[in-house]
Design a binder for this molecule. Structure first.
Ligand code: ADP
Ligand code: MG
Ligand code: MG
Length: 250
């Protein structure tokens, strides 16, 4: 699904990622952990193709295809989904209508006509039932006055509707309460399949009590300095990051 080879990237001429190698196969869930400022969000942004990040070396392959030169939108159309860290509010545009537009834009990019209205409604009904999202929520203005949990619910609904091949969930370090964690975890667990892959980025181990990763990687100073199974997350929960920093900085 995803192959990252020797990825170097910088922001505003500052080198942030310094040789990332990562392979994510279909059906797998990978967690990326690491201390604040280690480059986790940068990695997510670079995979998604955000333009303020410059790739200075290395390659990113999606299903064997080099996506380095594609714009963020084109990557999204190919099935890369990055959760919105700072979702915009769009008063007057409902959660549902925003989703309809997003889906039809993706189809248009593939040369497909708009999804027929009845098919769209069916999909919305199925996905919202699967995720236990109520109708009232779907008709609310996008992100307007949303609580943390509601923002997460919206994000997971978007993920469910877009059916990405590769979903990257960057759970920022702040303010994810237990409800929001459960929403994200439930969504991921219901949506993961043998045909897609998920990368969960998190500073804390807590989320991984709910989403059990197949692999855990620790990012520090722009490099993956340790990889392991889910037990690595538990070890980090117990021991923190200092022992890893000491190993790397020694
Ligand atoms: P993490 O998500 O692991 O906390 P980030 O990827 O957010 O780390 O940040 C890694 C480093 O890159 C930090 O030093 C941060 O200040 C810098 N950085 C990230 N994004 C930007 C940006 N858009 N402009 C300037 N510096 C940035
Ligand atoms: Mg950070
Ligand atoms: Mg971050």
């Amino acid at each position: 699904m995803l192959q990252i080879k020797n990825l170097h990237a910088s922001v505003e001429d500052k080198s942030i990622l310094k040789g990332i190698n990562l392979e994510v196969k279909a059906g797998e869930v990978h967690a990326i952990m690491g201390p604040n400022g280690s480059g986790k969000s940068t990695l997510a942004s670079v995979i998604a193709g955000k333009e303020e990040y410059e790739v200075t070396d290395g390659t990113i392959l999606l299903e064997g295809e080099d996506i380095d030169d594609l714009a963020a939108e084109e990557r999204a159309h190919k099935g890369v989904f990055l959760s919105f860290q700072y979702p915009v509010e769009i008063p007057g545009v409902s959660v549902t209508n925003f989703m309809k537009t997003a889906i039809n834009e993706t189809r248009k990019a593939k040369g497909l006509p708009d999804m027929p209205a009845n098919e769209m409604l069916k999909m919305i009904r199925e996905k919202s039932e699967l995720l236990e999202i109520d109708r009232k929520f779907l008709s609310r203005s996008l992100n307007e006055g949303f609580s943390g949990g509601e923002k997460k619910r919206n994000e997971i609904f978007q993920m469910a509707m877009l059916e990405p091949k590769l979903a990257i969930l960057d759970e920022t370090d702040s303010g994810l309460d237990i409800d929001a964690l459960r929403i994200v975890a439930n969504g991921v667990n219901k949506l993961k399949s043998k045909d897609n892959a998920v990368i969960v980025i998190t500073h804390y181990q807590r989320l991984l009590d709910y989403i059990v990763p197949d692999f855990v990687h620790v990012l520090y100073k722009g490099r993956i300095v340790k990889s392991g199974g889910k037990e690595l997350a538990h070890e980090l929960e117990e021991k923190g990051y200092d022992w890893i920093k000491e190993e790397v900085d020694a």
